[in-house]
Design a binder for this molecule. Structure first.
Ligand SMILES: Cc1cc2nc3c(=O)[nH]c(=O)nc-3n(C[C@H](O)[C@H](O)[C@H](O)COP(=O)(O)OP(=O)(O)OC[C@H]3O[C@@H](n4cnc5c(N)ncnc54)[C@H](O)[C@@H]3O)c2cc1C
Length: 435
């Protein structure tokens, strides 16, 4: 009997991080590992970022695929879809799925992502109260918005959360013909990424599109219709009752760490990994939204793709050299292996016709050296931009309307280069041509 000498790599979770990891591994050293990926969603490895566009009717399901099924077959990768890993044993290096499959591994990667946060109020279990995290949920929301025969009042949607995801969901549901109201617990939408002035411009644009916006609102409970099963309204703390037959909670994400806790790995807000994606057990790794590096948590794909690139290099290095733990104390490791480096992350709202950009710092993390800022606004076009400096270094940018210079500002922030020119010159549209 032939016994394969390939190391067995088990990846739990088939989301964007896992898909990128296997692609990187196969590009760097095809066939090095006997890979199994287990994902609890039926369609594994799809582009979750496009769910807002799918909901808005701007892309279709076929566009979500990140990798053909045939690619996995060609690379001899075992895919298990629609089944969850429910327990893992470190002693026997094995895992069991809900359907009873037993899987053995030499290296284990946790790529379990996040779950959508839910409001801790009564009524979230009513039919029609949803989150937008999975393809299945996006399809359910599309189906709910399609109730063409119903009267207008039956097409009211409430979106709780005026961050990026909430606004994308609100605009998408509105594009599908629903009457949408956003409920937000802060003063302006996207308050984490925008200053008050840009937030106010965004709020006005949403309202001009017919989307209601309720700032500084607190939710009390979802109420049921006469059947007692389906949502009919959201009650706010100030007594207002917002009628709805669909409610989307877009409140952020909670890293999925239950398996890591079961394994007694070090977990804080997410699974703690070092800059080489190693957990507290040298055979187990984590990447994507389920992990944290120092205090940094993840909710965008750019840093997750950086992690996949690093982890593929680390796994290949460990498998070929027999190294147990990559360590900062070993000179060789630091020089031959890439490691995770924090980057300023740009934010763009994926809503057609609403151009918003934000990157870097808008406030000083400590109050020791407050940032300086300067804004430019064009009352005629409604365009606005504000830049932030620490000393002479550009550290943050917010743009609303004309975002043509966003890549230029992002590069300056990323490179940490000094903005020597006059701030007013840098603020002027297309300053890159002049500087
Ligand atoms: C609507 C929407 C729009 C977004 N837009 C953007 C954007 O514009 N830009 C951007 O950068 N990011 C965006 N994001 C965020 C981005 O999609 C995530 O950062 C990325 O998908 C995280 O990848 P991941 O692999 O860590 O997690 P996920 O993609 O969530 O994958 C984890 C997978 O593991 C599965 N899983 C969990 N536990 C188990 C288990 N025990 N067994 C088996 N499977 C399990 C989960 O069900 C899931 O399928 C958006 C997200 C959403 C929902």
């Amino acid at each position: 009997m032939l016994v394969s000498s390939r190391k067995r790599l088990l990846i739990v979770g088939h989301g964007m991080a896992a898909t990128r990891l296997v692609r990187d591994l196969e590009e760097k050293s095809p066939g090095q590992f006997a890979i199994t990926i287990v994902g609890d969603e039926k369609l594994g490895g799809y582009n979750r970022v496009l769910l807002s566009s799918l909901l808005a009717g701007e892309s279709d399901e076929a566009a979500l695929a990140m990798q053909d099924r045939s690619w996995y077959r060609q690379h001899d990768i075992q895919l298990i879809a629609g089944d969850a890993v429910c327990s893992i044993e470190l002693d026997t290096q094995s895992a069991t799925t809900e359907s009873g499959r037993k899987l053995n591994w030499d290296y284990l990667v946790l790529a379990t992502g996040s779950r959508a946060a839910r409001l801790p109020i009564p009524g979230t279990d009513l039919d029609g109260v949803m989150t937008l995290r999975t393809l299945q949920e996006a399809k359910q929301l599309i189906a709910r918005s399609r109730d063409a025969g119903n009267p207008e009042s039956d097409k009211n949607a409430v979106v709780v959360g005026g961050g990026l995801l909430g606004l994308e969901a609100a605009c998408a549901l509105q594009a599908r013909g629903m009457q949408v109201t956003v409920v937000h617990n802060e003063s302006w939408p996207m308050n984490r990424q925008l200053d008050g002035e840009a937030g106010e411009l965004l709020r006005r644009t949403l309202q001009q599109r017919g989307i209601g916006f309720n700032p500084e609102a607190n939710c009390v409970r979802f109420e049921a219709d006469a059947t007692g099963e389906t949502v009919s309204a959201l009650l706010l703390a100030d007594g207002r009752r917002l009628p709805c037959t669909t409610a989307v909670m877009a409140l952020g994400i909670i890293p999925e760490v239950s398996l890591a806790r079961q394994l007694d790995l070090v977990v804080e807000r997410a699974i703690v990994v070092d800059k080489w994606l190693q957990t507290s057990d040298e055979r187990v790794f984590a990447l994507g939204e389920c992990c944290q590096i120092e205090s940094e948590m993840f909710g965008l794909v750019a840093p997750i793709y950086q992690q996949a690139d690093i982890l593929s290099a680390v796994l290949l290095y460990k498998a070929t050299t027999g190294t147990e733990r990559i360590s900062p104390d070993v000179d060789n490791h630091a020089s031959v292996l890439p490691h995770y480096q924090r980057q300023p992350l740009p934010t763009r709202l994926k809503v057609s016709g609403v151009d918003v950009f934000s990157a870097g710092m808008l406030a000083s993390p400590d109050n020791s050296a407050p940032l300086r800022s300067m804004a430019m606004r064009d009352g005629r076009t409604g365009h606005y931009r504000r830049l932030w400096w620490r000393g002479s270094q550009l550290v943050g940018a917010v743009m609303f309307g004309d975002i043509g210079d966003s890549s230029h500002y992002l590069r300056m922030i990323e490179d940490g280069c000094k903005a020597d020119s006059n701030p007013a010159t840098l603020l002027a549209p297309s300053s890159r041509a002049a500087s």
